[in-house]
Ligand binder design. Structure first.
Ligand code: AVI
Length: 324
């Protein structure tokens, strides 16, 4: 079988280079912040795949269990022609849905969208071999680029999915505008499938983001290596320590890189020199933990009406299927 070419939304590196403005802004403010999108260069995406297999990191296997359990039902309810996944990564969990669709659909197409070209290319090639009856095209780009592209390239009935609780990495305002944009890409009758991590005791949450093998620490620190190669930086990784704590007021994990010694960092390509004090930290990620009923209401306010919700036996993770 001839492999489909990878469709590139825009020039990946050029696009992210422009985004360096957010690095300047984030490192110039107090407290310092960096966007979690900088986790996902190719080494970072591989580290994330490792996180997904950690015993402490329950979200991936819990969501995979729900998907495996209910994929046939989801396919039967939705029966769309076009399946679109935002932030597809390795598309591992999605295979339950593709297998279910392959059984019922005559022709359908799957568009995995990710910001990391290496993992996207590899997974598209593997999926094309495994699912010869499904038309598979990878799209390389950020969520923003992807949603703009999808809004103006509507072909046929759609199910858009956003799994892994990636929605939790947005703050409330970002979440609101993301859902508005999602609703814009869908036509009446189309579906949105959302995976969200639910609230649970602090010790389980903190263990999931402070694993004993140090993979999450390596993932967090890799963001600085990414900035070093992308923006000609000189971050000394050994001067920072990973820290993840649960903020019970805002129901979110906060991941930080904690500076161990006062020093300067230079990012030559951004013409930026930043001073770090011992004890100060960079907020690299929030990971919000949700409540199903509240999320269903928020989705409804965007015209995304819940058709069915699934969860696991412990109520740790939720999958919401909604329809426009
Ligand atoms: C991608 N995202 C949903 C993960 C999360 O759990 O917030 C990223 C992650 N960060 C640390 N571990 C996993």
């Amino acid at each position: 079988m001839i492999a489909q070419p990878l469709t590139v939304l825009d020039h990946h590196y050029q696009e992210l280079k422009d985004d360096g403005k957010d690095v300047i802004k984030g490192l110039s403010q107090t407290p310092k912040t960096l966007s979690p999108k900088y986790f996902y260069d190719d080494p970072g995406s591989l580290l994330f795949e490792k996180i997904c297999e950690l015993p402490e990191y329950y979200p991936t296997r819990t969501e995979a269990w729900i998907l495996n359990q209910y994929a046939d039902e989801i396919a039967a309810i939705t029966n769309c022609c076009e399946l679109i996944e935002l932030g597809s990564g390795s598309s591992t969990k999605t295979q339950a849905l593709l297998t279910a669709y392959q059984k019922i659909a005559d022709s359908c197409r799957y568009l995995p969208i990710d910001v990391s070209g290496g993992i996207l290319k590899t997974s598209v090639l593997q999926l094309q071999e495994k699912y010869p009856d499904i038309n598979i095209h990878g799209l390389l780009g950020t969520y923003e680029q992807a949603l703009v592209h999808l809004e103006s390239n509507y072909l046929q009935s759609r199910m858009l999915f956003f799994l892994g609780s990636s929605l939790g990495n947005f703050n409330p305002e970002e979440c609101d505008s993301f859902l508005t944009q999602v609703a814009r890409t869908l036509q009446p009758g189309d579906f949105f499938l959302l995976g969200i991590d639910l609230q649970k005791p602090k010790d389980i949450l903190e263990a999931a983001y402070n694993d004993s093998q140090g993979v999450t620490a390596a993932f967090n620190l890799n963001m600085l290596s990414h900035l070093n190669w992308r923006f000609q930086g000189d971050f000394d990784i050994s001067l920072f320590k990973h820290q993840a704590i649960y903020n019970g007021v805002d129901n979110r994990i906060e991941m930080h890189l904690h500076c161990q010694r006062s020093h300067w960092v230079n990012l030559a390509a951004l013409d930026l020199k930043v001073s770090f004090e011992a004890g100060e930290s960079i907020l690299t990620e929030i990971s919000r933990k949700f409540d199903l009923a509240t999320m269903e209401k928020q989705l409804q306010s965007k015209g995304l009406n819940t058709v069915k919700t699934w969860t696991d036996g412990k109520g740790w993770f939720g999958l919401i299927l909604c329809q426009v």
